[in-house]
Design a protein around this ligand. Sequence first.
Ligand code: ATP
Ligand code: LTN
Length: 335
Amino acid sequence: MEQITEKKKVILSCIQPTGTPTLGNYLGALKNWKALEEDFFSYFAVADLHAITVKQEPKELKERILRTYALLMAIGLDPEKSTLFIQSHVPAHSQLAWLLSCSTQFGELSRMTQFKDKSKAHPENINAGLFTYPVLMAADILLYQPDFVPVGEDQRQHLELARDIAGRFNGNYGNVFKIPEAYIGKHGARVMSLANPEKKMSKSDANTNSFISILDEPNIIMKKFKRAVTDSEAKVRYAEGKDGINNLMGIYSCTTGKSFEQIEDEFAGKGYGDFKVAVAESVIAELEPVQQKFKDLMQDRAYLKECYRTGAEKAQRMSARTLAKAQKKMGFIVD
Ligand code: ATP
Ligand code: LTN
């Protein structure tokens, strides 16, 4: 009985429209979002303002924002149940980011590994936005007072910073923000590159064989798995130093629900060839309905527009309330 009267907890997460999401994004984040949607009051957004921290071609960006939004729906998120919106449609994100940036230290931002990695990857464009990116991310989160933020392992450091900023703001000005917790799924939290399993699978990797895109055709998925880097032991078992096989086992476990033990039993006495085919087939089967739904949605742009407009209105209502609270506590005139 208690559960019926209890208020649903709130979750929020975002994905950048920087390319077609990979199997890493899907297993590390998107698939969990779908599972959580039933039990939580949910906000999910396309973080388009974050995408411009690396150079974007305007025409391409526009199409990618729409495709990423459609993908959120294609993985099964329901715009009636969740608030599905596009970050730049809700001005409070940029507004709160400025306020929070004055509660964030230069030293804190300098320690962010994503900033260090991306500055190395794009030495010609180390812009201020790339540096202050985590403050905008803190604003995305704190505006909606979520209890949990479902992300992959790679975002843990950014989430810790958001918690620190919120705690500091509350301490200085009075309670405005709920301090959220990371919600990191067990398997799939870090899917590794197929070409270099010591690195995370990333959609911006120059080597297209290193990642599976959610929209890859079945024959491409099969080919990429067959080429995946493994080791010379030829035994399917989870162990230190077997990064490639560990990664494939993690993926197979996510798509089939089997434990590592069950997987080791299933492939006892078989070679990597059989295992790779099984992993590829399970991924193809998992992605097939997503790909079909994505194709259908992209044919109906009017419906997508209706959904993102409604999502923006809902997000606008909640975020404006939190922003006004923060402004008032800081001493701005809000009425
Ligand atoms: P890029 O590869 O362009 O740097 P990204 O994929 O790291 O971008 P997002 O698209 O914003 O960044 O990620 C969306 C979600 O996917 C985040 O919650 C992130 O933690 C998760 N994610 C990204 N890569 C992986 C991965 N290899 N394994 C598990 N989860 C991941
Ligand atoms: N930084 C994240 C994307 C992101 C996000 C957010 C995730 C932007 N704003 C708010 C969770 C909550 C990334 O690069 N994966």
